[in-house]
Ligand binder design. Structure first.
Ligand code: HEM
Length: 223
């Protein structure tokens, strides 16, 4: 059934060449996957991407029920956990997926590092990767506050207070993050906006750049 639908599309819109062009790339030859299991390390970037898609999808589903206001946030999470079909599963995937993404990204980074794949001409792609890592960590930091429970509140209290230790501009950064001297409704809505709008947009742009560079430069093998 699915095959017939695919053939229907393929005959009319020639999907196969397009998919080949996007997804069919050989990893460096000495590590041919059919011959060498070590080629698995080349999948770590793709795996990171898949986890990111999973986080995005489950995040959209959570946003259907989540309310970013201090008097409603905690209850809306309780409702997701107890009243929504598959709510705990969706929230669980989003929660654990965030940690998994950091792990797969760091492993991918190690592969790039030990293969020396960050060197000329791929320096800018390495920098884009570092910015991606920071943006993903920002997602973790801003997402942590959203359940608005004791742990979230005090962790963000400490986290934003750490920003205040930056010389000269620390206090300013802390106030911008908190939306004032104390944590409150403005902090929650700011973190929510960063979590669902600003950081995903930055990550989308960085990923587009990352993939464009990979298409232009190809995937390099170990030195
Ligand atoms: C969400 C995060 C990321 C995704 C989805 C991603 C995705 C990918 C993919 C699919 C590739 C192709 C080759 C491979 O998979 O090994 C790649 C290559 C590359 N990535 Fe990433 N990446 C991410 C984060 C990072 C980070 C944190 C760094 C380093 C700081 C980085 C640096 C690079 C470099 C330099 C290449 C080119 C390697 C080569 O040509 O052999 N990436 N990335």
């Amino acid at each position: 059934m699915l095959n017939r639908f695919y053939n229907f599309l393929d005959e009319r819109y020639r999907v196969t060449p397009l998919l080949r062009d996007i997804a069919d790339h050989q990893v460096p030859d000495h590590a041919n996957p059919t011959r060498d299991m070590r080629a698995f390390v080349y999948c770590l970037g793709g795996i990171s991407f898949m986890v990111a898609i999973l986080l995005f999808t489950t995040g959209v589903l959570l946003a259907v029920y989540y309310v970013p206001a201090p008097e409603r946030a905690y209850d809306s999470i309780q409702y997701i956990m107890n009243g929504v079909a598959f709510g705990p599963l969706i929230r669980g995937i989003h929660h654990w997926g965030a940690s998994l993404l950091i792990i797969t990204m760091v492993l991918h980074m190690l592969r790039v590092f030990f293969h020396g794949a960050y060197k000329d001409p791929r320096q800018l792609n390495w920098v884009a990767g570092l910015l991606l890592l920071m943006a993903v960590m920002g997602m973790g930091f801003t997402g942590y506050l959203l359940p608005w429970d004791q742990k979230a509140y005090w962790a963000t209290n400490v986290g934003t207070f750490m920003a205040a230790t930056v010389p000269f501009i620390g206090d300013f950064i802390m106030r911008v993050l908190r939306g004032g001297p104390e944590l409150g409704a403005i902090t929650l809505i700011r973190f929510y906006a960063l979590h669902v709008l600003v950081l995903p947009a930055i990550i989308g742009l960085l990923l587009a750049f990352h993939f464009l560079m990979i298409r232009r430069q190809g995937i390099s093998g170990p030195l």
